[in-house]
Structures are given as C-alpha cells and as structure tokens.
Design a protein. Structure first.
Length: 132
C-alpha cells in the first residue's frame, strides 16, 4: 500500500505588496466591502468541512511594498497554505529535495517557508489547534 503523504488542507492567507497600503485598503473597503480587522488586512471566517463545529480563517493582508517578508522570493505576493502536520510535511518536503528556508513556532501555530521552482515564497502553517 502506498505511503500516506502530507497535503495542503486549504488556504490560510493571501498576502501581497501595496504601493500605499492605507489607500489600497480604503479602496477594498469602499468597493468590495472588505473591512479591516488590523492594519492592512482582515480575516475571513469559515467552518471546517469535516468538523463543522470548528472555525477556521483565511487572512487577507496588504504589506508595504518594501517588506522583506516575502524574501528571498521575487513575487509581490505570498500564499499561506494550511497543513495538518507541519513537522511531517517539512520532513516529507526535505526528503523530496525541497529546501525549507525557515521554520518557527509562533503564538498562531507552526510555520515553515519554501520556494517553488519559479522562486515564489510559500508559507506553510499548522494552526495551533490543527491536531486537537
């Protein structure tokens, strides 16, 4: 039987650079109704499909154009992917020859970053309650 592989479970966030974060946030508020919950962004709430009693969220956030947070990626955006078991995912990616550029514990959960073959930085996130 084939070994079970770790997979992404959803989108945890969408982040992109803005020339003028405040003005762009105002545009999104006025024209699309996106109300900021924090400087430059918001969090869309939803319920887990397989566990509808559990709430999840997808962060949408504008970053200053000068941010180094997406480095060493070269794109003006970064996508955060939710995973169930980050440590297993990192181990799997490394065994497949994918370079994991960083990993850390955070009050929001576990994070790691990789670059795809085109140089886009991807953020992997295991929410703090993912294994409850």
């Amino acid at each position: 039987m084939a070994e079970k592989k770790e997979r992404v479970t959803g989108i945890g966030g969408v982040f992109f650079k803005a020339e003028n974060r405040d003005e762009l946030m105002d545009w999104y508020r006025e024209h699309l109704g996106i109300e900021p919950e924090f400087t430059g962004g918001t969090s869309f709430k939803w319920l887990e499909l397989e566990e509808p009693h559990r709430e999840g969220s997808t962060v949408w956030s504008l970053f200053p154009k000068e941010t180094k947070y997406f480095d060493p990626g070269t794109a003006p955006f970064m996508i955060n992917y939710r995973v169930k078991d980050l440590r297993a995912m990192v181990e799997q990616l490394r065994s497949e020859g994918v370079e994991v550029t960083d990993a850390k514990d955070d009050p929001y959960g576990l994070f790691a970053w990789v670059l795809d073959p085109e140089g886009n930085r991807l953020e992997l996130w295991q929410p703090i309650d993912a294994e409850d």
